[in-house]
Ligand binder design. Structure first.
Ligand code: DAH
Length: 366
């Protein structure tokens, strides 16, 4: 720029340079006026940088303005003072203008930064979506509460068993169909996934001795193909009561009390003779339908009764396998299906719904 202007008089050069400076400054003050309300933080930062660049270019050490200042010394002495004063005045004026534009943007940037970093404590928080218990867990807890109030301990035991606990100690002889690998899952090391919670009876008696009162809720595994009423993994609750003088009457009284508390005091029980290797005598237990109370409905399949599970007087061989003195102690035991009861209560047509973990289904049990 200085070359281009150098043919003209210093006063003319100053005029031209001042005009160029004013044009740039106007550009910035116009932008500022127009966008004051809406300018973004990044836009303001960009403008500030541009302002600094323009300032360096037009007013800095290598600018036309700077070369003009160097000219002062070479002017005839009568012009020197006036020109010197004028150029200094102009410089001060522009410096002020640039300072003003810069500080406007700096102020804006500072406010915008403070605002974006500040925390509005009045904004409502984001509520975490609360989960809830699975229907099988809810059912298990209701069952546990009832038996705990009757003086039973809750046992939690292993799901992988040796043949001794799964079969031998439960008086299930070699060659019994329940031992068939087609019915039971075996590991390659010869362990079995327990096919019934009855295994816990043995552990509990070994650990606690007699007398003992305990229930054992938990998972069991059978090689069944899944269908609406079967799943290869399901839940049972085992019950065991061993003491002096325990009879079948205690068994009947206990299960009658249980269904009264679970379904209501009008609920009746029915015992049908049955067979289990680990009990003698054995019985299947039914309770009167919680829905119709007897006449028959869809839920009880028009029979008026719903199956609760198996039960009986603990076989002396089972007591002996756990080192309980059979001349002193007798006991009763029972095994109930948790998910089966759950499916009945909620009228589920397909028990697999309980194991698929579909939230659309589970959410209904909040
Ligand atoms: N373990 C049996 C089953 O899985 C249920 C059972 C029946 C448990 C009679 C018992 C019992 O304790 O006495 O089918």
């Amino acid at each position: 720029m200085s070359d281009e202007h150098s043919q003209q008089s210093p006063a003319k050069q100053l005029e031209l340079i001042s005009e160029a400076l004013q044009t740039e400054l106007n550009r910035f003050s116009n932008v500022q006026a127009r966008t004051r309300a809406t300018v973004s933080l990044s836009e303001a930062e960009k403008q500030l940088q541009e302002l600094k660049d323009v300032r360096t270019k037009l007013l800095g050490k290598k600018s036309g303005f700077a070369s003009l200042k160097k000219l002062i010394g070479r002017l005839p002495s009568e012009e020197r003072a006036a020109f010197g004063q004028e150029i200094q005045q102009k410089e001060e004026e522009f410096v002020r203008e640039f300072d003003k534009e810069e500080s406007l943007r700096k102020g804006f940037i500072e406010t915008a930064r403070t605002e974006s970093e500040s925390l509005d404590v009045t904004i409502p928080g984001r509520r975490p979506r609360a989960g809830h218990l699975h229907p099988i867990t809810l059912m298990r807890q209701r069952i546990e509460d009832i038996f705990v109030s009757l003086g039973y301990a809750v046992e939690d035991d292993r799901e992988i068993e040796t043949d001794f606990y799964n079969f031998d100690a439960l008086n299930i002889p070699e060659g019994h169909p329940a031992r068939d690998p087609q019915d039971t899952f075996y590991t390659t090391d010869g362990f079995a996934l327990r096919s019934q919670t009855s295994t816990v009876q043995i552990h509990a008696m070994q650990r606690r001795g007699a007398p003992v009162r305990m229930i054992a809720p938990g998972r069991v595994f059978r090689r069944d193909t899944p269908d609406p009423t079967h799943n290869p993994m399901f839940y049972q609750v085992e019950g065991l009561c061993v003491d002096r003088g325990i009879t079948m009457a205690h068994l009947k009284g206990t299960l009658a009390e249980f269904v009264h508390r679970l379904f209501g005091p009008e609920t009746r029980t029915r015992f049908r003779p049955s067979y289990f290797p680990f009990t003698e005598p054995s019985a299947e237990v039914d309770y009167s339908c919680f829905n119709c109370g007897g006449p028959g409905c869809r839920i009880c399949k028009w029979s008026g009764w719903i199956e609760l599970g198996g039960s009986g007087m603990v076989h002396p061989n089972v007591l002996r396998a756990a080192n309980i003195d059979t001349s002193e102690f007798t006991g009763f035991a029972f095994g109930l299906g948790i998910d089966r009861t759950c499916a009945r209560i909620y009228e589920l047509d397909d028990i697999r719904l309980l194991f698929e973990n579909d939230v659309r289904f589970l959410e209904q049990f909040k």
